[in-house]
Design a protein around this ligand. Structure first.
Ligand code: ZN
Length: 332
């Protein structure tokens, strides 16, 4: 694909994948991931769209042009389903619902998190609290907190319909999309399985090459534990061909799920070892565990990923924590 200046952007062309499934990559205003895979799935009376990207012109254009290049019309979209409430998946939802009049669908837990998604000051407050508690220097906390809400993630509306684990969305005839609740990357995350082909739409739960970031947040409990359980759940239902929300098709979803489980096992072992060597804060563990010179956003993600691992170790009784001067110190 090329942008209007004619430069190649590395984003793949829209593609029909067979079985009435069409892939429309929508560019994102980030370096990585550079695009999200929106899937248009043929269903009774039109199209179901799965995820929509951030709200910005290149993404909006890519969606309508992409569908048109595949012989489809965006006005046929009757339903927008989002896999989870991150801006690269749900960002453009309010605009699409407004422009296309489509039904907006998410997991029932997501509907409880819409206010949290819309609350930028609350996000900043939580980040500050977590940073202070886990030993992050003030200057770094300030640099990692966005000054204002980015234009590409306007406020979103609540859903017209919510889903639970095990629910089914009818497509056509006896064909359905089965809902699998897979919390971890985000508490309301869902994967959807096509009853006719067995293809799994994995959202960000299983990605090729990279493992999705598992971010600690206040009031969400053991997010890494949830994520590992959700990987096991997909292995147990014998997933195969997997269409992820970023990157290319995964032939063997179950193998990829096992690789990601191993990755987290190793990281847990390494972090437990660091805590055994000396009492330490999550910030210090992050500095030891990730490459140096991360930019503020990368540092924020790496730090929250570190806290999710340390909290999982603590909640499963493998390490302890003490409070000293309002900071949490992990110890063996
Ligand atoms: Zn994503």
């Amino acid at each position: 694909m090329s942008d209007p200046s004619g430069q190649a952007t590395g984003i793949p062309d829209p593609q029909s994948l067979g079985n009435g499934i069409h892939l429309v990559p929508a560019p994102l205003p980030f370096r990585s991931p550079a695009w999200v895979n929106a899937y248009a799935i043929e269903s009774e009376g039109g199209l179901l769209l799965l995820d929509c990207g951030t709200d910005w012109e290149p993404g909006r254009r890519a969606l309508s042009h992409g569908l048109r290049s595949l012989g489809l019309d965006e006005t046929a979209i009757h339903t927008l389903v989002v896999t989870h409430l991150h801006p690269d998946h749900v960002g453009m939802s309010a605009r699409l619902v407004d422009e296309l009049g489509c039904r907006f669908v998410m997991h029932e837990r997501a509907s409880q998190l819409v206010d949290r998604y819309n609350d930028s000051p609350g996000f900043a407050r939580r980040l500050k609290t977590i940073g202070h508690t886990h030993g992050v220097p003030d200057a770094i906390i300030d640099a990692a907190i966005p000054e204002s809400r980015p234009d590409y993630m306007p406020l979103i509306e609540g859903p017209d319909h919510t889903l639970r684990d095990g629910d089914e969305i009818p497509l056509s005839g006896s064909r359905r999309l089965e809902i699998l609740h897979t919390p971890g990357h985000e508490p309301a995350h869902i994967c959807l399985r096509d009853s006719r082909t067995g293809i799994l739409f994995s959202g960000d739960h299983i990605l090729p090459r990279i493992s999705p970031v598992i971010m600690y947040d206040l009031d969400l409990g053991d997010v890494l534990g949830d994520y590992l359980d959700s990987l096991q759940k997909l292995i147990a239902v014998r997933i195969g061909l997997t269409y992820p929300a970023h990157g290319t098709v995964i032939e063997h979803g179950d193998e990829r799920a096992r690789q990601i489980l191993l990755h987290h096992d190793r990281r847990l072992l390494d972090m437990a070892e660091l805590v055994r060597e000396q009492d330490t804060t999550a910030w210090e563990v992050m500095l030891e565990s990730f490459r140096p010179n991360l930019d503020p956003i990368q540092a924020r993600l790496a730090f929250l990923e570190t806290v999710s691992h340390l909290e999982h170790l603590r909640l499963s009784g493998r390490i302890q924590v003490d409070e000293q001067d309002d900071q949490l110190i992990y110890r063996a």
